[in-house]
Design a protein around this ligand. Sequence first.
Ligand SMILES: *Cc1c(COP(=O)(O)O)cnc(C)c1O
Length: 357
Amino acid sequence: MPQNMLHARAHARTSAAALEGNLRALSRRAGVPLLLPVKANAYGHGMDIVTRIAARHPDVWGLAVATPQEAGQLAALNPGKPIVLLTPPRPAEIPVLADLGVRLPVASLAEAEALPPHARAHLKVDTGMNRLGARPEDAVAIGQRLHERGLLEGIYTHFATSDELDLSFAHEQFERFQGVLAQLPPVLAHASNGGGILSLGALPGMRLARPGLASYGFAPPHLGGVLPLVPVMTLEAEITHLHTARAGESVSYGGLWHAPRDTLLATVGFGYADGYPRNATGQAQVMVGGERRPVVGRICMDQCLVDVTGLDVKVDDVVRFWGPDDLTVSEVAAWSDTIEYEVLTGLGSRVERLAGA
Ligand SMILES: *Cc1c(COP(=O)(O)O)cnc(C)c1O
């Protein structure tokens, strides 16, 4: 039997049309092309699949990653567009990354001096996130040095609160950023993440924007009406077994749930090792046979159980855990007391990533 007959139980399918539409809408609202974050396996969707779509999208200037390792993986996919690394590499990694054409974050004079002459730098300014970057009062000298060396391609900062109701701190951050920009030659300035694009719109002087989660179809609840974003991923898994639990019997680990009546149960190949949050137990629901049905008993490592009583389902039919409309990742995140980012990026390696229309 060929190895590819041994297929995955769970699939995450990326809709090219949904992603393309989101990118278009976000770029229009920001008024600039996008530097699309494809870190964390493109927010769980599959870096290769998302990169293929982004590579041909007219509103995508380049692709952003979090780690040097991701930069190497992305470079190997030959996206044909600039790759920007967002966190500091180790000194030994710098020449390797520069050779690959990866744009490097710079936050000190020492780093500016150490770059090889063929490197391209994006100066990182810490305007209030307090995570990475040069303080505004130090950034100008670093930018000037990079400019003298002919290495300064971009300058950027990151908002800490752009997805919140109160935008006063985001405005403060942007003012600090503009103070730095005013003292440097014009380069590719970027600040907004998805929250920033949705809440602040087009920002003066910006040349790029970096929407992550919004590109994949999600807005904070209070900004849900700003753009018609469409969730990009559909997560489905196969029914591997069907059986009836008798009235009163307990189901799954800990015997948390008891069948209130004779209950047809579908065992489905998607569990917490695949990224289905275990603490959604008790609240989780799925779409199956055109209906919304409860996940019953504890969510297990490799599988979960769904009450499919009365439905005409068979082994190998698929159950939908989330998708663009009827049941979204936002609901799953709420059941498990987390955010869409964590559910999407927590998808495991057993989940097969598929390209869809
Ligand atoms: C992850 C990241 C983004 C994207 O953030 P979203 O909230 O997903 O839009 C943008 N910029 C930086 C520096 C990041 O690390």
